[in-house]
Write a protein of this length. Sequence first.
Length: 276
Amino acid sequence: MRDLPKKLILEVTARCNFQCPFCYCVWHEHPELAGDDLPTDEWQTIIEECISRGVNDFLFTGGEATLRKDIWQLLAFTREKLPKGPIALFTNAASLTEKNIVFCREHTISLATSIQGLKTYAIQTGTRRSYAKLLTCMARAAELQCPFDVSITVTQINKNEIADIFAAAVLSHARSIQMGPMMLEGRARNLQDWALSWDEWEAIKETIRHLPNGGVPYGFADEMLCDCRQQPRHYLEKYGEKNHNPCPAGKSFGVIDPTGKFRKCLHTIENHEWRM
């Protein structure tokens, strides 16, 4: 029987209402890893077994998790079975309502999202949407005492407005900000034209360090390739980390994918049966 990390990322659906060209979800390369949505009772069984085996930290994601009509039922179920311990929902917030935000506050569920651009938001998300709905949602969530943690993926497309994106996250009262360069995984596997060089990424980090942050904590994810999967030599030479830190996947966290199987990392292709 496979040991489980204390933290699990639950990919409860592969469906998404965005088409981000740089999405790293591995089913864009290997569709068999997506599958159809598992029914509610199947996810409840998975969650209950995970908790019984010591998991005490859950992040619900997708795809876009809120496309599941039962996502609020699954979150409430998880909180009932895990009265204490972090539970978070990662969402693009396109369909999030004030009622949903209040639900998360009342069930002590953290919210997380990505701000992928301002002027570049539509091309970065593969939609015709504007960033306005997201920033309004973030500001209202903060007023309701349920602020968002924010991630920002930097590409060749949005790099020139990255200071403005960072400022937007701060002014929308993000709880924290995590920034990183686009990873060449998933839909972005062959999207090298969008990838940063290491020198560009270092310059962006230096720019951010000189911006006012309003007391919002922020950090950088220095990773363009994941070492949890085999990488082509020419990718490693160009995009491999200069000061390599092994990925903590499989130890500090793991993934239950849309088919209900275990993957040690968001970027690995191999999945395994893990249940008794």
